[in-house]
Design a protein around this ligand. Structure first.
Ligand SMILES: [Zn+2]
Ligand SMILES: [Zn+2]
Length: 274
């Protein structure tokens, strides 16, 4: 199995050292693991690497890459926040790092009524939020700084319809393909609640994302995919990936990608489903 989205205690709201994450990944059957702690970002210091910690993070990951050689492939990544307000900061940061893999995610949107976080799921269903979200996403794509776009469909937790979401996303597909960006299939949504469109209440037993109907449309349009558990503790590494991979195969996905030194590698999905 491949897991291209995982966090360690460097992300502060996550637990486990780099070594603990890797040991759990080996036990859980992962062969290619990318560690993607949250990159420094100006508006938050409590849930991510600080600039002063980047060297030690890199050292931990790169040392582990050597010491676990032959047992598991370890790749050095980060999950970046993108906001049009801070694009030059992100660009400078990313250009100074020699990453295998960079995920671009949108966790914060500045609306007229203040900041809406991606996990404030009661506030993700407004037209203003969705418009700003997809405007930011378009800019993120245009920067060409990233290899994959993280958990785009996570905003479906807010209870907007699949069709409403697709009406925005479909306009960006030519750009996504144009810059050869992968779309992340993020398995963490299987274990998260969502808002019910009809009642406005929370539903726990339904995964808002990954959304396979959207993914199916992307497959037909020739978009590539990465996959990740988005584990925030060692025992969650690889969680949901096996079943999701089978489901992806069922809807026509032929391969999943991982990145090494920024280069895309495709693995046949049949090899991953054995
Ligand atoms: Zn994220
Ligand atoms: Zn993450």
């Amino acid at each position: 199995m491949i897991d291209s989205h995982t966090h360690t205690k460097y992300s502060k709201h996550a637990t486990g050292s780099v070594t603990e994450l890797i040991e759990a990944a080996i036990s859980n059957g992962i062969r290619i693991l990318t560690i993607t702690d949250h990159a420094p970002f100006l508006i938050d210091k409590d849930n991510r690497l600080l600039e002063s910690e980047v060297d030690s993070y890199a050292k931990d990951v790169l040392l582990a890459q050597q010491s676990y050689k032959g047992e598991i492939k370890i790749l050095y990544g980060m999950e970046f926040d993108y906001s049009p307000l801070h694009s030059s900061y992100v660009e400078k940061l990313i250009r100074n790092l020699d990453l295998d893999f960079a995920i671009g995610s949108i966790h914060y949107i500045e609306t007229a009524n203040g900041r809406v976080n991606n996990w404030d799921i009661g506030k993700l269903n407004t037209k203003e939020y969705c418009e700003l979200y997809f405007e930011s996403l378009e800019e993120l794509i245009d920067t060409k700084l990233f290899n994959s776009i993280g958990h785009v469909d996570s905003i479906l937790r807010g209870g907007i319809s699949e069709q409403y979401f697709w009406n925005y996303l479909k306009n960006l597909i030519p750009k996504i393909k144009g810059v050869d960006l992968s779309y992340e299939v993020n398995c963490s949504g299987i274990f998260k609640s969502m808002i019910c469109q009809k009642t406005g209440g929370h539903i726990n037993n339904k995964a808002a994302f990954p959304n396979f109907n959207v993914i199916k449309k992307l497959v037909d349009l020739g978009v590539d995919f990465t996959i990740g558990s988005d584990a925030h503790k060692p025992e969650h590494v690889g969680r949901g990936i096996k079943d999701t991979t089978k489901e992806l195969q069922g809807i026509g996905v032929n391969s999943l990608c991982y990145y090494e030194k920024g280069e895309k590698n495709k693995v046949n999905i049949r090899e991953l489903c054995q």
